[in-house]
Design a protein around this ligand. Structure first.
Ligand code: FAD
Length: 433
């Protein structure tokens, strides 16, 4: 039984591994190139801020080609990892269960969370490895009644040197990414082809029969018994539209806005990002040096890396955004998003102010990179894990299935959803062990 899995991120890696373990011959098709972390220091770029070289967010490609940038509106930029490992390769390594909206549709992913979590150690970065200012911000947040918690991470602490560049890949290999999920099965049940962008699904009489895939300028058709789309909230929707199938205009991105302040020689870039977090109903707050704002956002230009301090707001945004067959995304912040951001900015400033961090407190670039909701599961789908409008033998196994935004790290949830889907495919195809 042959399965094609499209994408090698959190969802694709998990689905491919599970299907191969259950006897499928798996072909993983990944649009990006093999992942390589950035190996040189980025300090040389500082003098180029504000010049044409770092003109806008698209210039990230010059520094680090694994990032894909999409401008969704004047007020929102989307970043995603198009590379082996998908967005997990550029993650901060935060690992939590993000379950907003699951109860509403009657989906309990506890068994999948437990199974995935049992494969690695999840623990916070010890407080003594945080920068002194980050420790003090934590204490002030606590005194102010915000109940901050150290962030659970999936890092090998022995290997972590605290360089702070997690989102540019991990040079020491301390940080988990989804490539580790299927490593053991490569060439033993799973074949991985990078630089292979799936254009569309081949459909015959209501069944998926394979995909059309391009490698550079060549295009070929590959057949399979099952096609699993794990190309992420945007990639999966794009492929569905290109195959004349619908996707929902329910895209969410978990909007990120970092409030920047100033503290002489804080050096908060030199620590693992997001060492602790405060959880509120619709967002989290977490100390974060936003490299993207530091490089590309003009209002952040006049403060050096050593002195810049940031407090990130990660907001569960209103699920309202569309993806077209050519990858165009249309999404902007709603009134409600802005109201919630405004409340969160007040709290972020309060914590920084209490720690002695100086203003002007300046908004960073508004961006998002947790992409979901375009193939949202409903109550009716949770048994089959197969939205009934999808053709037979075509499955989705990534964050697209998550109906609600989270305002929380999402790779564990993407993996848990994919694991449930893969088990279901195996059951339907009679390969369940
Ligand atoms: C900068 C950044 C930092 C993050 N940090 C964290 C964190 O610390 N903790 C956390 O939990 N979450 C984090 N996230 C979010 C998390 O990485 C994603 O939510 C998660 O990886 C989503 O899994 P996925 O399988 O849906 O998509 P992805 O992991 O993005 O995988 C999609 C894959 O599909 C491939 N693809 C796309 N289109 C095609 C196509 N047409 N053909 C073939 N392949 C295709 C892509 O190249 C990619 O490899 C972060 C995200 C970003 C952008």
């Amino acid at each position: 039984m042959k399965a094609i899995v499209v994408g090698s991120g959190a969802g694709g890696a998990t689905a491919a591994n599970e299907l191969a373990t259950r006897g499928f011959e798996v072909l993983m098709l990944e649009a990006g190139q093999p992942f390589n972390p950035l190996t040189h220091r980025v300090s040389w770029l500082s003098s180029l801020r504000g010049t044409w070289f770092l003109k806008d967010e698209n210039a990230i490609k010059r520094i680090f080609p694994h990032y894909h940038t999409i401008r969704a509106s004047d007020d929102l930029v989307i970043f995603t990892g198009v590379t082996e490992g998908g967005s997990t390769s550029i993650s901060c390594g935060n690992m939590v269960r993000a379950e907003r909206g699951l109860k509403e549709i009657g989906l309990d992913l506890t068994p999948e969370y437990e199974e995935i979590e049992s494969n690695f150690t999840i623990a916070p970065i010890p407080r003594e490895r945080w920068r002194p200012l980050t420790q003090r911000m934590f204490d002030e947040a606590e005194k102010l009644g915000f109940s901050p918690k150290p962030t659970p991470k999936v890092d090998n602490l022995q290997k972590c040197v605290g360089c702070g560049y997690c989102e540019l890949g991990c040079v020491t290999g301390a940080k988990w990414d989804s490539r580790l999920v299927y490593k053991e099965l490569l060439a033993r049940g799973i074949t991985l082809q990078t630089d292979s962008r799936v254009q569309k699904v081949i459909l015959e009489n209501g069944y998926a029969k394979g995909v059309v895939v391009s490698h550079g300028s060549s295009v070929e058709q590959v057949n399979a018994d099952v096609v699993v789309l794990s190309a992420g909230g945007i990639g999966t929707a794009q492929i569905l539209h290109a195959s004349d199938l619908p996707a929902r205009d329910n895209l969410w991105v978990d909007v990120v806005l970092t409030v920047g302040g100033v503290y002489k020689d804080a050096k908060t870039l030199n620590e693992p990002p997001m060492a602790w977090f405060v959880k509120k109903e619709n967002y989290i707050l977490s100390p974060y040096f936003d490299l993207l704002s530091y490089w590309f956002h003009k209002p952040w230009k006049d403060v050096s890396a050593n002195d810049r301090v940031g407090m990130m707001i990660k907001l569960a945004d209103v699920e309202q955004g569309s993806v077209a067959a050519d990858g165009t995304v249309i999404k902007s912040l709603t009134e409600l998003d802005r109201e919630r951001l405004s409340e969160a900015k007040g709290f972020a400033t309060e914590i920084m102010d209490a720690t002695g961090i100086k203003g002007p407190f300046v908004d960073g670039m508004i961006h998002g990179g947790h992409l979901g909701g375009t193939v949202p599961l409903t109550k009716a789908d949770t048994e089959t894990m197969h939205p009934n409008w999808l053709p037979k033998d075509l499955w989705v196994a990534d964050l697209s299935l998550m109906p609600r935004s989270q305002g929380l790290p999402t790779m564990l949830t993407a993996a848990a959803l994919a694991l449930r889907v893969a088990k279901r495919i195996s059951k339907e195809k009679g390969t369940e062990q």
